[in-house]
Design a protein around this ligand. Structure first.
Ligand SMILES: [Zn+2]
Ligand SMILES: [Zn+2]
Length: 313
């Protein structure tokens, strides 16, 4: 029989997601969708901050990794970049060319909104899945996605730690699929909101249990495997919201007998500063060679202290 604390752990993820969707639905009903989304997202972030402190999944991840400033800078740059892109597309009338139309006539605009949102999540996920998978399996894009994976810990704060090129690439893959399918603006807003809520939940360092949810949604439990340094686990679970396409394309991974690794990150080097992380993907080969040479020199110095300049003095 499950203990009461287990029940709380099982209830946390769905309760936080449902509460966030409720907050957004109230705002959408009163025509304040964007404001309601931002307020709800902020409330969710505050709730996760306290839950991480008092109910953490991995104690070691409570320690600072010194990456708060780069994490925040990437989040802000990405957010500004996305807003500018959306506003420019709107100004140039590109989105109006497509939204509101029933692209090809197959979008079931007469279905209840929630079923359209469910369909929207599945359709958008196809784009999100391939955008993410190609970023792991194709080096020119991995260099940018490596910024996200260079985190040594997972917590709500580094949800937005993405190189802006990486974010633009994901947008190019996902949103047009929905727009071209003729999904109404309301459905696109809902899919974007749910993607943001699931995204921050996915990275949180809160002790939770998931049960059957792991077969449907991209939960923190599944995403912790995705951040593993062992590529047999790390090159899996590409879904952003749903794991349907992972299951169909054979990249679904879970192992309920073990805990996902606490030691996460990438095998390559990554600068510690925000500017360094923005530049590194563009100078990847040179940067990796330099970092490898420096690491080799440090290791050699530590192995033979008699040869080091400091002990020679
Ligand atoms: Zn990834
Ligand atoms: Zn992640």
């Amino acid at each position: 029989m499950p203990r009461p604390s287990d029940l709380i752990d099982y209830a946390l993820w769905p309760a936080l997601l449902v509460a966030s969707c409720f907050g957004m639905s109230v705002g959408m009903a009163s025509n304040h969708g964007p404001l309601a989304f931002n307020v709800t997202y902020l409330c969710l972030a505050v709730a996760l901050y306290f839950l991480e402190k008092f109910h953490p999944h991995e104690e070691a991840w409570l320690e600072s990794d010194g990456q708060e400033l780069p994490d925040l800078s990437h989040t802000l740059l990405t957010k500004i970049g996305v807003q500018v892109t959306v506003v420019s597309l709107t100004n140039f009338g590109i989105t109006q060319q497509f939204t509101g139309r029933t692209g090809g006539g197959w979008w079931p605009a007469t279905w209840p909104v929630w079923t359209q949102v469910a369909l929207g999540l599945v359709v958008a996920e196809f784009g999100l899945y391939w955008a993410h998978r190609v970023a792991h399996e194709w080096l020119p894009l991995w260099k940018f996605h490596a910024v996200h994976h260079s985190s040594r810990k997972l917590w709500f704060f580094n949800t937005g730690r993405f190189h802006f090129v990486d974010t633009l690439k994901s947008m190019l893959f996902a949103t047009p699929v929905l727009v071209l399918a003729g999904a109404p603006g309301e459905v696109i807003t809902w899919v974007s909101g749910i993607t943001a809520f699931i995204g921050i939940l996915t990275h949180c360092n809160v002790r939770m249990r998931f049960g059957w949810l792991n077969f449907v949604f991209n939960t923190p439990g599944l995403h912790r495997w995705h951040h593993s340094m062992d590529l047999r686990e790390g090159n899996k679970n590409y879904g952003e919201n749903l794991v349907l396409w992972d299951q169909l394309f054979g990249t679904y991974y879970d192992d309920s007998r073990r805990r996902p690794p606490a030691k996460i990150g990438i095998r390559e080097a990554m600068p510690a500063t925000f500017i360094g992380q923005i530049v590194a993907p563009f100078t990847w080969k040179r940067y990796q060679a330099k970092a490898a040479a420096e690491a080799a020199a440090t290791e050699a110095a530590s192995r033979s202290p008699g040869d080091s300049p400091s002990s020679a003095r």
